[in-house]
Design a protein around this ligand. Structure first.
Ligand SMILES: NC(=O)c1ccc[n+]([C@@H]2O[C@H](COP(=O)([O-])OP(=O)(O)OC[C@H]3O[C@@H](n4cnc5c(N)ncnc54)[C@H](OP(=O)(O)O)[C@@H]3O)[C@@H](O)[C@H]2O)c1
Length: 237
């Protein structure tokens, strides 16, 4: 990754968890970052990072599953940046405690809208900016739980379906934007200590994000949406 002060990146779901750590590490590398969240006024940790990095962190509102919000957001990003070098589709949700016999279609639809549809729509909306970026790349934060080949229990079904869909969305993104020079990386961050991952997870956000950004740095060429773990090893679809 270009580590110059002119590097421009964007992270969704930046107010906590992996998104907040992505913003921290991207700021530490230099460059400018857009950190999006649903409620900027309540994003205390993100706002204090912005105050500590004047002019380098822009906190913008984005409800990823809303068409109107995504459209307004894409316009705001275009007002800030001439081009975009890295888009991290990080925002995601996992509905806990699902049981067969008690599944809720509305939960599945909301999970798909957030985890699968939104990343694809954001790439579509931001492709012109990415095309003007330097070595532009999109990092889709997927999950090993989205691996169909590894699905061996009825656990978090809506989340798994949404991440398997995101993996295919990543391949479709690549088909659409690789010819424009935009690389697509779809990676699992590992099991990480966040609100979603819980306290028993083996990885800290610092460790996970460091390896994800290394992956973005190191993958050669124009990545075509391969499904990888955070070290770059292929995961079964
Ligand atoms: N932690 C793990 O072990 C693990 C493992 C595999 C994959 N992942 C993936 O890593 C990514 C980050 O997860 P995390 O562990 O950092 O989870 P987290 O701590 O629960 O944070 C989720 C983030 O996504 C945002 N978000 C959810 N729905 C949104 C929406 N409709 N619009 C805008 N923002 C929305 C949340 O915003 P609010 O604060 O407003 O809710 C929050 O910023 C997710 O894609 C997740 O699936 C995590």
């Amino acid at each position: 990754m270009d580590k110059s002060p002119s590097h421009r990146s964007l992270v969704t779901g930046a107010n906590r968890g992996l998104g907040l750590e992505l913003v921290r590490q991207l700021l530490a590398r230099g460059g400018r970052v857009v950190g999006s969240c649903r409620r900027p006024a309540e994003a205390v940790a993100l706002q204090s990072l912005a105050a500590a990095h004047p002019g380098r962190l822009h906190v913008l509102a984005l409800e990823v599953d809303s068409d109107a919000s995504r459209m307004a957001f894409a316009r705001e990003v275009a007002d800030l940046f001439e081009g975009l070098d890295l888009l991290v589709n990080n925002a995601g949700m996992l509905a806990p405690g699902e049981r067969f016999g008690d599944l809720d279609a509305a939960v599945l639809q909301r999970t798909l809208a957030t985890n699968t549809v939104a990343p694809l729509m954001l790439v579509q909306a931001l492709a012109p900016l990415l095309q003007r970026g330097a070595r532009p790349r999109v990092l889709n934060i997927s999950s090993a739980l989205g691996s169909i080949g590894r699905a061996d229990s009825f656990h978090s079904p809506t989340y798994r379906i949404s991440k398997a869909g995101l993996n295919m969305a990543g391949v479709m993104m690549a088909q659409a934007v690789n010819p424009l020079g935009i690389g697509i990386i779809t990676a699992s961050p590992g099991w990480v200590q966040t609100d979603m991952g819980g306290g028993s997870a083996p990885l800290t956000p610092e460790e996970s994000v460091a390896s994800l950004l290394r992956l973005v740095d190191d993958l050669p060429g124009v990545p075509a949406g391969e499904f990888l773990d955070r070290t770059g090893e292929p995961l079964p679809w």
